[in-house]
Design a protein around this ligand. Structure first.
Ligand code: FES
Length: 214
């Protein structure tokens, strides 16, 4: 989306970046819960994969739902299916799989009466928010992976501040996983938009400098 993403996307085999720090934050907790629904929006199929696999290995029945804008953005469908007992694919425009948003099959599963013990939802904030709102009336614990703007990633700058259950938490050290029913989604949305003007300017400068070929 932004300048740095484009820069990374321009790297060729053998190129390098100056440094890489990690692992940061807390690992996702996996144990035998019973039936776990893993919901991935857009590119979150990548982070949901190891979680679905770990949940499966821990002995859970895993139902996965992956959603994308359209067919061109679908990837790792077979990979996710290989670690899931059931996989549902949705696209916003209906160009592949089921037409609609991921929350629709999620709601149907909850309404079907099948006992769901946990939901993991990863994707854009608004998608995680709506997944949490979908599961809340059913009282199913829902874990989301928050993606506020981060700077140092080690709990020092406070940039990744989020409010969960009325408490201030730092997503980089206390997260990224939090209880979706406790997250202050409005605050997260405001804070994510804090630097939109700077982000836009950085991307424009970069495109000028490199002729916009990337
Ligand atoms: S990114 Fe700086 S405290 Fe989390």
């Amino acid at each position: 989306m932004g300048k740095t993403t484009r820069e990374l996307g321009c790297l060729k085999t053998g190129d390098s970046i100056m440094s890489l720090t990690g692992p940061l934050g807390l690992p996702t907790h996996a144990e035998k819960f019973g039936t776990v629904v893993c919901v991935a929006g857009g590119f979150a199929v990548a982070p949901i994969m190891p979680i679905a696999r770990a949940m499966k290995q821990a002995g859970n029945r895993v139902i996965s739902i992956m959603g994308a804008r359209c067919k061109d953005f679908i990837f790792w469908e077979d990979e996710l299916r290989s670690v899931s007992d059931k996989l549902i694919v949705t696209t916003d425009d209906g160009s592949y799989g089921r037409k609609g948003l991921v929350t629709e099959p999620l709601k149907e599963i909850l309404e079907s009466g099948e006992k769901i013990d946990r939901v993991i939802a990863i994707g854009p904030s608004v998608m995680m928010k709506f997944c949490s709102e979908t599961t809340q009336p059913f009282g199913v614990k829902t874990i989301v992976s928050l993606n506020p703007i981060m700077v140092d990633g080690t709990g020092m700058c406070g940039c990744c501040r989020v409010s969960v259950g009325g408490q201030t938490r730092f997503a980089c050290v206390d997260g990224p996983d939090f209880d979706g029913h406790q997250v202050d989604w409005d605050l997260l949305a405001i804070r994510q938009r804090n630097y939109l003007a700077e982000e836009k300017r950085a991307l424009e400068n970069w495109q000028c400098q490199y002729g916009g070929h990337h």
